[in-house]
Design a protein around this ligand. Structure first.
Ligand code: NDP
Length: 290
């Protein structure tokens, strides 16, 4: 099958690499050097221009937001062929993806939203969890391709459902990172050794992915790798808050989480990792983790 992969960032680059093992993959990236490197190192085909991607049977996008996806759709729309499947792996906005799906449907092109979770390590190791929004038929077409990049592929519901559940689970993670950091800092200020506080938390009911995997390296060892940009995380929580608003739901915790992460983004900037919010929590208390 002929695939086209658009957006070779931290996630897209390794995902496209896995796909080249089973399919002919044409790659395009805004900064062309990355696409050239992909073709050179992983046997993908370098698209001479973006329009060439429209000739593929399946087009995959992995871009920052739905807005960039829409820009690409605008450019490719006149060139698309009936029967093509568009898989958008971006963590996007379900409202926008439903509109995008409708625009593509007019051209006879199917669309599924298929955002991923599992971080860059999951993309590198093809162990991502992928949640898919779309019809059962389109999910069935997308699933074997997504299975090459991921381990757990779940049909979440109709178009937009993948994007919706993705931003909701990321909001859970954001709130968990924040409260865990606050409470562990408090434990430290109370005089409990931080390593001991982690050990007790992880042996008890406060245990989470944040306490087990994300925070120990940073708070105990002072290693702050960039694994997921705060700017992307903030975008996800803002989309979750907009879903709540649309549903006239009462979600005060989500509203607070959104407001905390937006403030953190202003302070830490576009290139910060989202776990660096823990630095702000320490600074707010006039201290540092190390
Ligand atoms: P990156 O910032 O690493 O990559 C973004 C990609 O989008 C790059 O290829 C970039 O091109 C391209 N791009 C940006 N703006 C435009 C534009 N205007 N037109 C065309 N291409 C553009 O992001 P990630 O790979 O980390 O994230 C991609 C998506 O995956 C996001 O929605 C994110 O929320 C989600 N995600 C990320 C995870 C992570 O751990 N990083 C985990 C799970 C989901 P260029 O090379 O030219 O900059």
């Amino acid at each position: 099958m002929k695939l086209a992969f658009i957006g070779l960032g931290a996630m897209g680059f390794p995902m496209a690499r896995h796909l080249t093992k089973q399919h002919e993959v044409t790659v395009w990236n805004r900064t062309s050097e990355k696409a050239e490197r992909h073709a050179r190192e992983h046997g993908s085909r370098l698209a001479k221009d973006l329009e060439e991607c429209a000739a593929a049977d399946v087009i995959l996008t992995m871009l920052p937001t739905s807005s960039e996806v829409d820009q690409i759709v605008d450019q490719l729309l006149p060139h698309l062929r009936r029967g093509t499947l568009w898989i958008d792996a971006t963590s996007g906005d379900p409202n926008v993806s439903r509109k995008t799906a409708a625009r593509l449907a007019e051209k006879g092109v199917a669309f599924v939203d298929a955002p991923v979770t599992g971080a860059t390590v999951g993309a590198e190791n093809a162990t991502l969890t992928i949640m898919v929004g779309g019809s059962k038929e389109d999910f069935a077409r997308a699933e074997p391709i997504l299975r090459i990049c991921g381990k757990t592929i779940i049909h979440a519901g109709p178009t937009g459902a993948g994007h919706a559940i993705k931003v909701l689970t990321n909001s859970i993670m954001g709130a968990t990172v924040w409260i865990t950091s606050e409470c562990l800092l408090l434990a430290k200020q109370y005089g409990i050794d931080l390593k001991t506080a982690f050990a007790i938390t992880n042996a008890g009911s406060g245990r989470s992915n944040a306490s087990e995997n994300l925070l120990p390296m940073r708070l105990l060892e002072g290693k702050w790798p960039l694994i997921f940009k705060l700017v992307h995380h903030d975008k996800d929580i803002r989309i979750a808050a907009s879903i709540s608003h649309q549903q006239h739901a009462s979600t005060p915790m989500l509203a607070l989480t959104q407001s905390l992460f937006s403030a953190a983004l202003h302070q830490l900037g576009d290139q910060a990792d989202y776990i660096e919010v823990a630095k702000i929590i320490a600074a707010m208390n006039g201290t540092k983790w190390q």
